[in-house]
Design a protein around this ligand. Structure first.
Ligand SMILES: C[S@@+](CC[C@H](N)C(=O)[O-])C[C@H]1O[C@@H](n2cnc3c(N)ncnc32)[C@H](O)[C@@H]1O
Length: 272
């Protein structure tokens, strides 16, 4: 099906607008696990001018500010921007689109996007935009989820949908969710946007959620595309999917918590 980037963008934006608190609750302790490696990749330290793109609740921007960086966080969801300002009133969070950044050329020493690029209708545009706002010699880094065979939370949910439900549902189609999980593709896209010396590495992360329906509920209530996929299922199928997820997470359950491997792929490069 043909991707209509504007429709996909509207779908994503409406989704994020509704769930800043839920996202913070379910993913806040997970996506922060990549921050150290992400900030190290672009050499964030005192005095560095950093742009955090698709900043969400602002975890990366806050961590960079603690290192002494001069930080701006930008996100296209006003509700997410409000959440970020609430969590860290000391950081400059603004509304703006990753595909058309509201900043002039060459302003930043470094830019990062933590689990943002997989939500964009035109990710290659966003890479060109990140390149544009960096000074020569500036660095850019992004993270995405590793493939579903490795990110067990996604693997279990997608297999349950495949087994008991309908994988093709009438949602605005977007670019492949796991496109940038492939290091070759990330490096290729970074070079195409004008960067050089691209590198990729895996960052291990663990998702801890309540046992039982914790994973199902997190995916249903705190994501956009995966939530759309779940909500589009028929009620009987959704019950079976929920049971399947419950069963498959048992192997990862310790006491009353599930602990799932959810590695990130970190890619970074330099503007010549
Ligand atoms: C998975 S969350 C990541 C949040 C945060 N970076 C973190 O580390 O947890 C994705 C974020 O991307 C934002 N987003 C999606 N598309 C965007 C776009 N086109 N421009 C700016 N932000 C966007 C969403 O509003 C959401 O806050």
């Amino acid at each position: 099906m043909m991707i209509e980037p504007e429709k996909f963008r509207d779908f994503e934006r409406a989704g994020w607008e509704n769930i800043p608190g839920e996202y913070h609750q379910a993913f806040g302790s997970l996506t922060i696990q990549a921050i150290g490696a992400l900030l190290d990749a672009v050499r964030v330290k005192k005095g560095v001018n950093l742009l955090d793109i698709a900043s969400g609740p602002g975890y990366v921007a806050s961590a960079a500010a603690k290192r002494g960086a001069v930080v701006v966080g930008v996100d296209f969801s006003p509700a997410m921007v409000a959440e970020a300002r609430k969590l860290d009133p000391g950081v400059d969070f603004r509304e703006g689109d990753a595909e058309a950044l509201p900043f002039g050329n060459g302003l930043f020493d470094a830019a990062v996007m933590n689990f943002g690029i997989l939500h964009l209708g035109r990710p290659d545009h966003a890479l060109v935009e990140a390149h544009r706002v960096l000074r020569a010699g500036g660095k850019f880094a992004f993270t995405v989820w590793a493939k579903p065979e490795e990110t067990v939370g996604f693997g279990i949910v997608l297999s349950a949908v495949e087994a008991h439900g309908e994988a093709k549902v009438p949602l605005p189609p977007g670019p492949p969710f796991f496109r940038f999980s492939d290091p070759i593709e990330s490096k290729r896209a970074l070079i195409a946007a004008g960067f050089d010396s691209p590198k990729v590495k895996k960052v291990e992360q663990v998702w801890r959620l309540p046992a039982g329906d914790g994973v199902f509920e997190a995916m249903r209530d705190s994501t956009v595309r995966t939530a759309g996929l779940l909500r589009a299922q028929k009620p009987e199928a959704l019950d079976k999917i929920r049971e399947g997820i419950r069963r498959d997470t048992l192997a990862y359950t310790k006491d009353d918590m599930v602990e799932l491997p959810m590695p990130a792929m970190l890619a970074w490069a330099r503007k010549p």
